[in-house]
Design a protein around this ligand. Structure first.
Ligand SMILES: *Cc1c(COP(=O)(O)O)cnc(C)c1O
Length: 497
């Protein structure tokens, strides 16, 4: 079967998987979605015995049908290798009565590595397949973790350049150091005077700027995106939900066919959307529980059917989820509108113009697989401290948001299905918030002293990603105003008026 992709804002045009990956965003500003979600063509019994790489092939070949077996396997083998500090790639850890799927064992110790280790390979393969000769410029807005994971993935990749924008005061110390010390002649990192939504909207505007696209094309460049609006980010994320279910089965934690629930700490809605795709592929998942921090626009949306970004932006201890415009939600809106590109376009225009839209009662019924919850700063902190004291397990702030929400859900709903929590970052990445949640006394220490304390407390070794930045040189100092991103990009690429 040849699976094609459509824009969420245009019913007519279809593209192949490799074209969708190359473009990143559709020309009409919509996101590419598969015309249908394929079913798994292997049984859970077969999946049980598979390695992460084998599972990745079984899942991804169903979506990326214009890649050959050889191409796809090569991408997978180059991505999921010794960059990860464990052979299983995504370990399952039982913490109390909950299963944590640890997605932070890659090069930059956050879950973004799961997709961004493979995206550069998918993209360069797609470029070859489509006879693209221009240099690909990856433009990325980051709330902290995507940036470093994309830089690590694209550094020194021939035929590609990468430019990352991050909010100057909106990321953790470790996140910032990881980015500004990035090596590679093809990398650029820019701090913008604004928040993540400014960075993300700015990047989207650059993609939609036809005149800029033409100027760059004349200079031999073509934009693509490493953000989770790129379908090449989303599909590799479906893999670990299939893998986790098969491992629960293999370890006899669940019986064949038994339904589980999944809680995902959510920002841009990419990770949880991948879990929804896994469910549609045939993985027995009952509820998808969307966990927000105090920027709880998604919680309100699931409760009321109204998406309203007109509110104060809160800086929290889980900065990678400090987002008011969850761009991947558009893919779900399109789906629950019955793949109605017209209806979706209207809602997205309302979001852009007024910051608000409301779905129809019929669409709201399509959300029955989802539950929303949120965690306050205080609750996140308590969850880290309580879990440490009762189990010895140390989790990061994002994961703690999900752990809190999953506990609330269970207490309130009495739904006692087994719970999988997507564990999205290493506690080392957010050492200050994590250690002060365990004991306030740690607040007096500097960042690297805290990291050494965390090693003692958690009994897990300091990851390479942290050792690397201890004494690394700062290589990127560029800053810009949120409304000067276009000029900045042109200057970095040496394209002048
Ligand atoms: C990006 C990120 C999230 C949010 O994931 P989305 O796919 O954007 O919803 C959660 N936790 C961490 C640590 C992240 O880096």
């Amino acid at each position: 079967m040849n699976l094609l992709y459509k824009s969420t804002r245009n019913a007519e045009e279809t593209v192949t998987a490799s074209q969708a990956i190359l473009k990143g965003l559709a020309e009409d500003g919509g996101l590419f979605v598969p015309t249908e979600i394929p079913k798994l063509d292997v049984t859970m019994d077969e999946l049980k015995g598979m390695s992460y790489q084998e599972t990745a092939y079984s899942v991804m070949k169903q979506f990326l049908t214009d890649f050959t077996e050889e191409e796809l396997k090569q991408c997978i083998d180059r991505a999921y290798d010794a960059k990860f500090d464990t052979e299983v790639i995504a370990p399952l850890v039982k913490v109390g009565d909950t299963y944590h799927l640890e997605l932070f064992h890659g090069a930059t110790i956050a879950f973004k590595d799961m997709a961004l280790s493979i995206l550069p390979h998918l993209l360069t393969t797609a470029a070859k397949k489509n006879n693209v000769t221009k240099e690909i410029v990856i433009l990325t807005a980051t709330s902290g973790d995507t940036g470093k994971a994309a830089l690590a993935g694209f550094a020194n990749v021939p035929g590609a350049r990468i430019i990352v924008f991050y909010p100057k005061n909106g990321v953790s110390k470790v996140q910032e150091l990881q980015m500004v010390t990035q090596k590679g002649d093809n990398t650029a990192v820019v701090a913008i005077h604004g928040n993540f939504d400014n960075a993300q909207s700015g990047v989207k505007a650059l993609f939609e700027d036809k005149k800029l696209g033409k100027e760059l094309a004349d200079a031999g460049f073509q934009f693509s995106s490493a953000n989770s609006i790129n379908i090449g980010r989303l599909i590799p994320q479906v893999v670990y939900y299939v893998y986790a279910y098969a491992k629960l089965l293999e370890n006899e934690e669940i019986a064949a066919g038994e339904e589980i629930n999944v809680t995902v700490p959510t920002g841009n809605f990419g990770n949880i959307l991948a879990a929804y795709y896994a469910k549609q592929m045939g993985v027995p998942i009952a509820k998808l529980i969307c966990a927000s921090n105090e920027n709880k626009v998604l919680f309100d949306f699931f409760k009321t059917g109204k998406y309203d970004r007109n509110r104060e932006f809160v800086l929290t201890s889980s900065p990678s989820m400090d987002i008011l415009i969850s761009s991947n939600l558009e893919r779900l809106i399109y789906t629950i509108a019955g793949q109605d590109a017209q209806k979706n376009s209207e809602l997205m225009a309302a979001l852009k113009n007024d910051g608000i839209y409301e779905i129809t009662p019929e669409m709201k019924r399509g959300l029955s697989d989802f539950e929303g919850g949120f965690s306050t700063e205080e609750e996140t902190k308590e969850t880290i401290g309580d879990t440490y004291r009762s189990t010895g397990y140390v989790m990061d702030t994002h994961t703690a948001v999900a752990a809190h929400v999953s506990r609330d859900y269970r207490d309130e709903s009495k739904d006692d299905r087994k719970m999988l929590v997507a564990s999205t970052a290493s506690p080392y990445k957010f050492a200050r918030s994590v250690m002060t949640a365990i004991d306030e006394k740690y607040d007096a220490m500097d960042e690297f002293a805290l990291i050494d304390e965390l090693e003692k407390v958690s009994g897990t070794a300091v990851p390479n990603a942290i050792e690397e930045i201890r004494n690394a040189q700062i290589l990127h100092t560029r800053e810009c105003d949120a409304d000067k991103m276009k000029e900045t990009v042109k200057s970095i690429l040496g394209v002048e008026e």
